[in-house]
Design a protein around this ligand. Sequence first.
Ligand SMILES: Cc1ncc(COP(=O)(O)O)c(C=O)c1O
Length: 430
Amino acid sequence: MADLLEQLWPVIVGHARRNNAPGFFGYVCGAGLPTDPPMAALAAALNQNVTGFASAPGATVVERRLLQWLCQLAGLKAAADGVLLSGGSLANFTALATALHTAAGDDPAIAQEGLAAVQARLRVYLAPTAHFSNARAVKLAGLGRRHIVAIPVAADGRIDVDALTSQLREDKRAGLMPAAVVATAGSTTQGLVDPLARIAELCRDEGVWLHVDAAYGGAALLAPDLRGRLAGIEAANSITLDLHKWFYMGFDASAVLFAEPHRARDVFYTSAEYVDIERDPPPERHAFFHYGPETSRRFRALGPFVALCHYGRETLAANISHNAACARYLAGLVEAADDLQLIAQPDLSICCFRWCGRGYDRGAIDRMNQQIQQRLLAEGSYYLSPTTIAGRPVLRVCVQGHQTNADTMDGLVATIQKHAYACCLPRSTP
Ligand SMILES: Cc1ncc(COP(=O)(O)O)c(C=O)c1O
């Protein structure tokens, strides 16, 4: 074992990405918490198969408690419930599969033919800012591109609710079946929060399922200064919340929450003689595989549950608020610099901007921004993941660590400027 680990160490430790470093700003990726490693070890030692109460009673109680707390955090009513899954992608799939089957209804033709019976009429509404896993979920549900309606976004990048209203009404008049609208609370590139309250009102009036993908931004519900931005989320039919993102908890843990969990049960319920738990009394009857696509599952709830109890809501909230404050501080630095251009004020903890030194054409500026990001990565100082807005490269900083502070932001801006002038351009260039 010692020899094996010695051989593996340079690969698995030496080449591990340091997600918790103060200068790690890539993708949306939580830093992890010190409570994670011992709890991961304990969960592994217990080796529970958390299909439900019958196979893992203690773990099931812990997971259900955690899910109840998340439902309360999102402001869902008492009947709400959910299930932990591996990530936001699977959570979005679970929610949209439920929405599509709910829209299709439960007449015998549907039971016989599945979604195929009404497929031609089904529609799912996605903005360009929706995470790719939502379109993929529609595909996995057996639908194609024509079943996805692109929701227009306003100039600020958020869903244009008036345009969505007209589109939904027009499609209903044309005999189509709008099955779900996906709104995002914290888009992956910019952290934009769609106008959830207005979208929720529209969906309620039109009888359309609202899925809120809050995989990243849902953690803002903890922070009193940010929570208001997610107003309306409590009226969603389903919500994705990734604990392994801005809740800081270790991989992998995501929750899909349902306002009416029986809708998910109608889709995922399966019976077989080897899982005949229907005759058992509650809580023995509870099985997570009736609410999502997984059957065998690890004890995902332990780390998050212990972290919540140990650090407490206030500590996590203070970190989340601090991350958002850092993003706003960075936005201020960008606005004050002659050679940087802010794309938009951050809604949450993502700040996007562009180096745009004077005297360079658009193509040169685009190349420079790509090079700056690559140079930061190569020197190992700051980790920014590549992305574009409106087809043009931007520098995207997603603040998600506990050690990041204003000094980190000052250092980042200075390093970007250093690379822009001293490294990427010929020295004679002004
Ligand atoms: C808004 C949003 N939804 C869903 C996902 C997918 O989450 P996961 O990587 O946990 O599957 C992401 C990932 O970044 C995301 O930002």
